[in-house]
Design a protein around this ligand. Structure first.
Ligand code: BGC
Length: 769
């Protein structure tokens, strides 16, 4: 009703803008995002490490002139994608900011790790941490101060979102656990991690202002913002993230990089953020407003700041305190990471520059291979088609099995990047990453065909292949197995137009028509539907092999030949039909001057949406098969001893980085046992879902709140303990602006993968008073 009134009002104020579309007045959109001023000053009160960093930062910033301060809060062209201003007289260097979340982009002698969505599919916190640490080590040794990752926005609201693969999962808990571990790993390597893009940056269509008008406005209510989109960021910030990047979009009609509710309110007040906020590249749209709303540094150039910021202070539009706080926050993060002390020399070059090699790959290839394997998800396996039993004759089909013919048109991006592949449905060659600023430059790529060939040669078998045809022929009657490789591409700067494509679907069906043992491998930058061939009786096994990075073929062969049992689980829901995603399939396409994207589904995205609407998915969120079977038992729950179950956190306790400290207190514990009752060693990912008491139309019937990847030898049993924190069990009370425990019964579900299908195993009741 309210929106209708607004558009009527807006219509009255309309005028043509020359594009043929109506130019509306901006005025009705003012004030829809609550104002939060003034910008909180970073204090360093979170812990002794921040306190020391602030002490040093304050000492240094006290010696800076206003011009020097303005110089530290802006970017310059240089060797890195972002280069801050320096103050040489005080030993403050130009900080080097670099992409990408899966490896240092555009450099030689660096690794390309699996994309974050692939890491999420491992559901393994240790691997997530090791990933962050190894990435961090590479950044560090290249002299990069600020890594522009990890990503929790987009979360993945839209099934066809172009950047979903850069983040972990559209479940906020899985995304948050991953974000936290990657931040911890990256920063343990001495590099500032940047959690991005803050916030509600859920689509690529009109993410930036253009000739049609302003950026898309993502409009969400306070509770949805907290329980879905802010939730993963909380965890990354709790781990001490030194930087956050505000997004391109508008949130409730205020640009994210000048949105005081987001930066002053959520980040710097509620989450007690001590670090600095950097704008996305060209994401700043005002000078005074962005400064007062909490932006601390603009990239990649001076934007609306530079000399203008100095002027704004001199004429009183921005306080000296605010500019000093910007600089103090930047310097505090720099000190927090110890970068003032013997940080490596910057070794970032264009490929046209001759230089001494700075090789930072270390022995990361084995970790990359391991994560590649652990994030591969087996979703169909009829009559134990997998693992392969030393096949004599293997056929390999499809464009995705081998290397692209010329993937280096852009030397800094494998596959060419968006300028080459804009709008593509598939990538013509094996796909190990998506496109855009999140892509990288691998030192080499092991294609599936290369690794398969090595294996077949070792076993003295034979191979036939066709990487080009849609209907490969002839059909080899003596073949034991046909492996078909397809992919689904996505990139920054465009949203996907489909979750499947005709050529690949035809290819699978054509091969399946000829081979009774057809195994499909899908590399995908997000969801890829399979409705056109999944039920084909000759499709005996299907692997979702994600975006595995440079060791792709090796990671896959480990699973195909059974050296490792698959344990990966889907970090999203795969629907039977694309239309099952309903309004959450496509991004909002609008030609209005002030395009609006209303998040009316609230909390109900992905499996929460499927649960609520009772839509049976093809493969559930969290689903994935194994080569063994597991037995679950002895489910118990208990309240933690001495845990406060007061509905609200104690208001007298100060907020520290990560939010109110008691949000992270364990309130209840759930345990269960898992036994590997099959005949091969395997890991099981056990998942805990919670049903918070409340109206089923307001509270999802289940939400992920725990997981553990447990390695088990045949016959072995392990006990898993899930700690449930106050945050895990609370809902956001928008009236009192606090997380609140709910009175009543919490349903706890521990889920298991069985030999064929994910199923809900059991439930217990958990009470609190
Ligand atoms: C992207 C950011 C990236 C930046 C620098 C922007 O277009 O949205 O994620 O870090 O470019 O490359």
């Amino acid at each position: 009703m309210k929106l209708l009134t607004i558009s009527l009002l807006a219509g009255m104020a309309s005028a043509s803008n020359g594009t043929g579309y109506t130019q509306e007045s901006e005025v009705p959109y003012y004030g829809l995002s609550p104002p939060v001023y003034p910008s909180p000053e970073g204090s360093g009160n979170s812990n002794s490490r921040w306190a020391r960093a602030y002490e040093q930062a304050k000492h240094l910033s006290a010696q800076l002139t206003l011009e020097e301060k303005a110089n530290l809060t802006r970017g310059y062209t240089g060797a890195c994608v972002g280069n801050s201003g320096a103050v040489p007289r005080l030993g403050i260097p130009s900080l080097c900011f670099a992409d990408a979340p899966l490896g240092v982009r555009g450099q030689e002698f660096v690794s390309s790790f699996p994309a974050q969505i692939h890491v999420a599919a491992t559901w393994d916190r240790q691997l997530m941490y090791q990933y962050g640490k190894a990435l961090g080590d590479e950044y560090h040794d290249k002299g990069v101060h600020v890594a522009l990752g990890p990503v929790a926005g987009p979360l993945g609201r839209m099934a066809r979102g172009g950047r979903n693969w850069e983040g972990l999962s559209n479940d906020p808990y899985l995304a948050g656990e991953g974000l936290g571990e990657i931040v911890a790993g990256t920063q343990d390597a001495g590099v500032i991690a940047t959690v991005k893009h803050f916030l509600l940056n859920e689509q690529e269509w009109r993410r930036m202002p253009n000739e049609l008008g302003e950026s898309i406005s993502a409009n969400a209510d306070d509770r949805t913002i907290h329980e879905l989109y802010l939730f993963p960021f909380m965890r990354g910030i709790k781990e001490g993230a030194g930087a956050a990047m505000c997004g391109y979009n508008r949130v409730n009609n205020s640009y994210a990089c000048q949105n005081s509710k987001l930066m002053n309110g959520l980040l710097k007040t509620e989450l007690g953020f001590e670090g600095f906020v950097v704008s996305d590249w060209q994401g700043q749209h005002s000078g005074v407003a962005s400064a007062n709303a909490g932006l601390d540094i603009v990239m990649p150039d001076g934007g609306f700041w530079g000399n203008n910021l100095t002027q704004a202070v001199n004429n009183g539009s921005v306080t000296t305190t605010r500019v000093t706080d910007m600089v103090t926050r930047i310097l505090a993060s720099w000190y927090y990471m110890g970068q003032n002390d013997a940080f490596p020399k910057k070794a970032m070059y264009s490929n046209a520059q001759k230089h001494e090699p700075v090789n930072v790959q270390g022995d990361h290839s084995s970790l990359i291979r391991e994560i590649g394997t652990a994030g591969t998800v087996l979703v169909k396996n009829v009559n134990n088609a997998l693992p392969l039993q030393k096949p004599n004759f293997v056929c390999v089909y499809g464009y995705d099995a081998t290397l692209s013919q010329s993937p280096w048109q852009n030397p800094s991006r494998f596959g060419g990047g968006y300028e080459v592949n804009f709008g593509w449905n598939t990538f013509n060659g094996t796909m190990i990453m998506g496109g855009g600023s999140g892509s990288g430059a691998p030192p080499y790529v092991i294609s599936p065909f290369q690794a398969i060939q090595e294996r077949v040669v070792k076993d003295k078998g034979i191979l036939r292949w066709d990487f080009a045809s849609e209907n490969p022929s002839p059909a080899y009657v003596n073949a034991d197995v046909a492996l078909v490789f397809i992919n689904a591409y996505a990139s920054e700067s465009f949203d996907r137009i489909s979750l499947a494509d005709t050529f690949s679907d035809n290819l699978v069906n054509n091969v399946a028509a000829n081979y009774s043992n057809t195994i499909v491998v899908v590399h995908s930058a997000g969801i890829r539907t399979a409705e056109n061939w999944i039920d084909h009786p000759n499709v005996t096994a299907v692997l979702y092999a994600g975006l595995p990075g440079q060791e792709s073929g090796n990671s896959l062969v480990d699973i195909l030949w059974g050296d490792e049992s698959p344990s990966g689980k889907l970090p999203y829901t795969i629907a039977r039909n694309q239309s099952d995603y309903g309004a959450l399939l496509n991004s909002t396409v609008s030609f209005d001057a002030f395009p609006q994207d209303n998040f009316t589904e609230g909390l109900f995205i992905d499996y929460r949406y499927f649960d609520k609407n009772e839509i049976e998915p093809l493969f559930e969120f969290g689903f994935g098969l194994s080569y063994t079977t597991f037995d679950y038992g002895n489910l118990t729950s208990s309240l933690a001893l001495n845990a406060s179950t007061a509905p609200l956190p104690d208001a007298s306790v100060p907020i520290v980085q990560g939010g109110h400290p008691s949000l992270w207190d364990t309130i209840a514990t759930v345990t269960c046992t898992i036994t590997n009752n099959g005949s091969v060693a395997a890991s099981e990912v056990t998942q805990l879902y919670i049903g918070i008491p409340g109206d089923e139309f307001e509270v999802p019937v289940r939400q992920l709140r725990g997981f553990e990847r447990v390695p088990l030898q045949p016959g072995d049993t392990s006990t898993v303990t899930f700690d449930l924190t106050r945050r895990d069990l609370s809902v956001w009370d928008h009236i009192v602006q606090k997380w609140r425990l709910q009175p009543g019964t919490y349903n706890v579900t521990v889920s298991a993968t069985t030999s064929q299908k994910f199923e809900l195993l059991d439930f217990v009741m958990l009470w609190w008073r």
